[in-house]
Design a protein around this ligand. Structure first.
Ligand SMILES: Cc1cc2nc3c(=O)[nH]c(=O)nc-3n(C[C@H](O)[C@H](O)[C@H](O)COP(=O)(O)OP(=O)(O)OC[C@H]3O[C@@H](n4cnc5c(N)ncnc54)[C@H](O)[C@@H]3O)c2cc1C
Length: 347
């Protein structure tokens, strides 16, 4: 062996790379509540497929605009009843009274569901707090604390919430949410790891010590993500566009790229000492499973034996599609309904 290759192999580079990547990360998964029987079947297939990977917790989003609360509630309660997974219920306060929100929180408490992802939610038009409701997520966190000793997650925005008055005001808001009782923050998805790392620096400088878990959004439907990102204020880097250029008619290639991008993003962050990630599944298990597998997250004897009796009754596995199944693109066009894009993300 001569030249540069022998030099490379004789040094520590490869060992370094391998050991750096050898530790499997801790993952949590996010699901969207079903609105039809077909979606429900697909969701439970997804849960059954991913459960043996022993995620730290699995969260179920709350319908955009405060809708589909029954879908979230019944999914979370079923997860609690029929699996050994730790369910986390997303709960928004937009458009609801305190009594309504507190009532739902008590339902979770009484069913032994201990983890709540507390959010304000998005209104259908410009935001104004509902009279008698919790105005912001920080108010909701304080309210939840009065009800039970919940484990509360909140969300954080590495690129700043789109309607925040300034990045500093948004960071103050995150600190407020943690100070009144949240245990951790899960971030809005991002593609440029440097953006997250700079945000982490700002959190540390502001005295935030709670975990800020990176939110990972695997991208197989590139055009859809570009539209989401424009609304959420998330930067889509040119390299991502370049990767998806010319792939519109090749969903298989897109899934491979999606897996590669998510793995690379997580591995990059692992080199900075991060080891916990929250993955948005959009109820597609094959992509999430592939990402976890490449990262070294494997089913083990113990975690494969999750109590999945109810789930195993699900028979046919619906094939994962590029666009989340059964989301109707015409939905949300009627007045007062959340836009399709929010429904796709949160149900
Ligand atoms: C990981 C993740 C999961 C999500 N899950 C869901 C879901 O399940 N269902 C759903 O409908 N939506 C969900 N969302 C979207 C979320 O509801 C929206 O981003 C929403 O616009 C803000 O929610 P928040 O909890 O961050 O709100 P808040 O923390 O209340 O902040 C909202 C805005 O108000 C500002 N603000 C906060 N407090 C004050 C104050 N006292 N005075 C003035 N301004 C203030 C903040 O800076 C920010 O601009 C999710 C978002 C993420 C990142």
């Amino acid at each position: 062996m001569t030249g540069i290759l022998s030099n490379w192999l004789s040094e520590m580079h490869i060992d370094g790379l391998l050991s750096r990547n050898s530790e499997a990360p801790i993952l949590s998964f996010e699901f969207v509540p079903p609105r039809t029987d077909a979606m429900e079947q697909r969701l439970w297939h997804c849960i059954r497929h991913l459960a043996p990977l022993a995620p730290r917790f699995v969260s179920v989003t709350y319908g955009a605009g405060g809708t589909t609360q029954t879908g979230t509630l019944s999914t979370v309660l079923r997860l609690k009843r029929e699996t050994d997974l730790i369910p986390a219920a997303h709960l928004t306060c937009v458009g609801a009274t305190r009594e309504e929100v507190d009532g739902l929180a008590r339902c979770y408490r009484d069913a032994g569901v201990n983890h709540i992802v507390a959010l304000r939610g998005d209104p259908c038009a410009g935001y104004s707090p509902r009279p008698g409701g919790y105005a912001y997520a920080s108010d909701l966190v304080a309210g939840l604390r009065r009800i039970a000793d919940f484990d509360i997650s909140v969300v954080a925005y590495p690129e700043t919430h789109p309607t925040a008055s300034s990045p500093d005001a948004d960071l103050d808001n995150l600190k407020r949410k943690l100070d009144v009782g949240a245990t951790r923050a899960i971030t809005q998805y991002f593609f440029d790891s440097e953006i997250y790392l700079r945000f982490l620096d700002r959190c540390l400088a502001a005295g935030i010590t709670a975990p800020i878990i990176p939110g990972i959004m695997p991208v197989s439907n590139y055009e859809q993500i570009v539209r989401f990102s424009a609304v959420c204020g998330v930067t889509v880097p040119a390299w991502l566009r370049h990767l998806f250029d010319g792939t519109a008619k090749n969903p298989e290639l897109r899934r491979i790229i999606a897996c590669m991008v998510a793995v690379e993003q997580i591995r990059t962050l692992q080199t900075y000492g991060l080891n916990e990630f929250h993955v948005s599944t959009l109820n597609r298990s094959d992509l999430t499973y592939a990402i976890a597998h490449v990262l070294g997250v494997r089913p083990t004897e113990t975690n494969a034996s999750h109590n999945l009796t109810g789930l195993l009754e699900t028979t046919e596995i619906p094939h994962d599609r590029e666009t989340p199944a059964d989301f109707d693109p015409t939905e949300g066009t009627q007045e007062g309904a959340p836009p399709f894009m929010l429904r796709t993300l949160f149900g």
